[in-house]
Design a binder for this molecule. Sequence first.
Ligand code: FPP
Length: 257
Amino acid sequence: MPAGVTTQVSDTREADKAPVSPLHVAIIMDGNGRWAKARGQMRTLGHKAGVNALQRTIRAAGDLGITHMTVFAFSTENWRRPAAEVSDLMGLLRTFIESDLGKLAKEGVCVRIIGQQDGLPKDIVECVRKAHDDTRHNSRFFLQVALNYGAQADVVEAAKRFAAKVKSGEAEVNDLTPETFGGLLSTHDLPPLDLMIRTSGEHRLSNFLLWEAAYAEFVFQDVLWPDYDRVHLEEALRIFKERDRRFGAVEAGHVSA
Ligand code: FPP
């Protein structure tokens, strides 16, 4: 295989090799607006409370044996929100990086921000760079924040990268496999996704980790994100452990009807 082609995350595991507890958990942190509305407050207050919930969840996740967490902070579609809300969300990310990064770095958390940098305010791009630089040597817990992220765009970018490799002679068309394609996605060096959580009672993926979620278990929890706490994460892990993950296989001894 040509040197320019790497193989990375693709979920072709066998059931007996899957972890009993999820190692990589993704969260769609939904319900901030409704939480604020229920209190007669501005939506921004819900997002602020959402950051506190995220801090609690990161700590609980580390305690509960989760090693990798990917959270959806801002989608490519969220630009359709009022400019003031977009600006407040960017401000929260800036504050999160400025005030929490030092603490997270000391606790051994490696922070990576995925998504398109084009279109982000310059100072946010600088925050992204700082987060990567300050925490890249950490390995106790891996936090991936999806910002200006859309899974379809990520897949399209990966396809373009592969096409460019073919054009330059670095790769051949037949080098493209689920593994090599996974290696071109922004999530390329993370373990396969085990568990996808969405809060607030909605049951959609909303263009989040479409490729990576191929064999993830889905848990939808009827709690608004700002109220999310360790007990909710524990509940999600309990549900996960009850699931029978077969990865498309049939259990030996269960061949006949
Ligand atoms: C969905 O709730 C939530 C978002 C679009 C933003 C999530 C962001 C945070 C939790 C805080 C920022 C994160 C970081 C890393 C600083 P919604 O607004 O769609 O709620 P609704 O469906 O009730 O209106």
